[in-house]
Design a protein around this ligand. Sequence first.
Ligand code: T1G
Length: 703
Amino acid sequence: MSDLIHYRLEEGLALIGLDRAPVNALDQTLRAALSDACERAAADPRVLAIILHGERELFSAGSDIKEFGTDASFAEPDLPSTLTRLAAIHKPVIAALGKVALGGGLELALACGYRIGEPNLRVGLSEINLGLLPGAGGTQRLPRLIGVESALNLILSGKIIGAENARLLGLLDRIAPSAERLLDEAREYAYELIACRAPARPVEAWPEPGEGLPDDFLARYRAEHEPTWKSRLAPRLVLLALEAACLLPLDEGLLKELALFRQAESSRQSKALRHVFFAEREAARIPGVCADLPLRKIMRVAVIGAGTMGGEIAMSFANAGIPVALLESDGQALDRGLTQIRGNYESSVRCGRLRPEQVQSRMDLIFGTLDYADLSEADLVIAAVFGTPEVRQQVFRTLDKVCKPGAILATNISSLDLDAIAATVTRPHDVVGLHFFSPASAMRLVEVVRGEVTAPDVLATVLDTARRIGKLPVISGVGSGFIGNRMFEPYAREANRLVLEGATPAQVDRVLTELGLNMGVFSMLDLAGIDMGFLACDSNRAGISHDASYCRLGEELHAMGRYGQKTGRGFYLHEGRNRKDDAEVIALAERLAGELEIPRDPMDDQEILERCLFTLINEGIQLLDEGIALRAGDIDLVWINGYGFPAHLGGPMHYAEQLGLGNLLVGLQRYRQTLGEYGETWFKPAPLLERLVAAGRKRIERF
Ligand code: T1G
């Protein structure tokens, strides 16, 4: 027996323990060992019932995602056939589920006749998050167990649910009183089943799936949900698989599911989403720093500034059960901040995202104060104060005096030079940047800014803490706009210039939202506020005079008091939640183009898409070359989680690799030549891109 499986014979029971670190991912080796163990138990007359469990408690995180897109994915014994053989065993098979049973791990449990879980169990069919569908019986066995609609909701949401919900749905027969008792409870369950001569599975003949379903149920379900799927392939394949479950016998449905799964697995969208999955885990790594570096203990946090951002940051920690001291300079501002936080929680209750009793329990974790001395026990202090660099540096000088040794001092301000702050304190190694994205209580992304002298354990501690509060931390070097906003600038610049050349704001935004972005540039600018100065419009940056024509439209709108949604007019005319092109803005663009001698023509969608994306991607490659971003995958995560770039395209860097780096370079060079001085200034290919193409490299990486 392989060491991936622990096989124990106990008075009529065979216990089969899966043991492939770290998550019992069902690769070919584990599938083979599992197959052998099941065959052995099925053939042994002494075995009256079988218990499948995780040797180290965790049951299984499903198929090995690294195998997808390779021959190993369906190397014999493949998972579907392994589970079909398991489901055919004429003895009760009990799945004892510890910690997680996800994807193929839950499908493995579904192929067993009975399921018992531990109280903190998390289960789900998370394949949809990888652009896949359950490919080992999930779309066929689940609807037969919990009904078609519940199965569709679970599969299409990719939601991970707890033990009690799983039991209520019919996914779990029992819940053990504790994780420690799981295996003993499974044994008792097995002996009960043996004693009452229970069948191999509780329902002899699977109920005809879809029984009691209105004939047009799936058609109505598709009509209701398809608009939300946009251009995503996997949800559409899921519906076809569920249709098969309703119309075909199990064995035929499984074949249909397998064909649909292979279609999903080979899709670009799934390849992109698998890239995102591993990029998220890679982002946690600090090059040159060992993964088990001792971390500082973060038990108490302080936030300075009870404004919108400070309040949302405080909520992020309170939501994770971490006590937060919220400091303000005056009582009224503090009261406003605390009232706003309570209001945020109460609106979450109204939307059903929070239970009423959680409001007070979270408010109890947030302690408002006006006194810096109350921060003396904080392990991490985050300054979320606006004001001049001098004001902010004064805040850090005060923190330097009051905070205990070893406390981490973080600033949330994106445009601030972190190293300048570190230079003003006696503990520069403890200074780090934490750029939360607004609204901080909802957005996952945090740019963790590493200063020149930030200590490795400070960086590692902040990365770990960000994950503890449910954030997705990405390391950035010090530089204006870090990664996200630095790239947003050329992207917004190009959009503005395109309007001067004949496009309209609505056309530019439509092209970008059709690609899959949640919002187009102009909708974002009107939402954030033109007065927020997203576009740096110094036409003589760093002494290099260049074409700043792209600024003029925003500058004029600002001068006209058209700040965007907040004033009802910006790049768009806003009427309630609707926005539309404004003839006044088009006329302004025409006038400016005349003054700037910019030729105007109707703009085609492809050019809009290329010019916005190519400049965005080019800036990202430049960031990588400068070392501000560590990895192309990090840049993808920033743009997917901070700016709504479609995850099923993998992020701007992955998108560029699929497009072909050579094609990207040719595109930049074409616009550089055809757009005169403007093109000469803003379409210069990043040197790293030129080096990558010259070297015939397919991946975007520093070298
Ligand atoms: N395959 C390969 N590696 C995996 C893996 C998987 N399924 N799950 C986790 N890992 C690695 C991960 O890359 C990391 O590696 C380490 O395990 C710890 O993970 C046929 C087609 C289970 C909740 O979508 O949700 O089954 O970085 O850092 O925070 O229908 O991992 O250490 O080298 O995330 O404690 C469906 C994905 C697969 C589950 C644990 N399954 N995993 O979270 O640790 S498709 C999933 C997770 C499938 C079938 C279909 C989480 C977790 P490294 P981690 P964690």
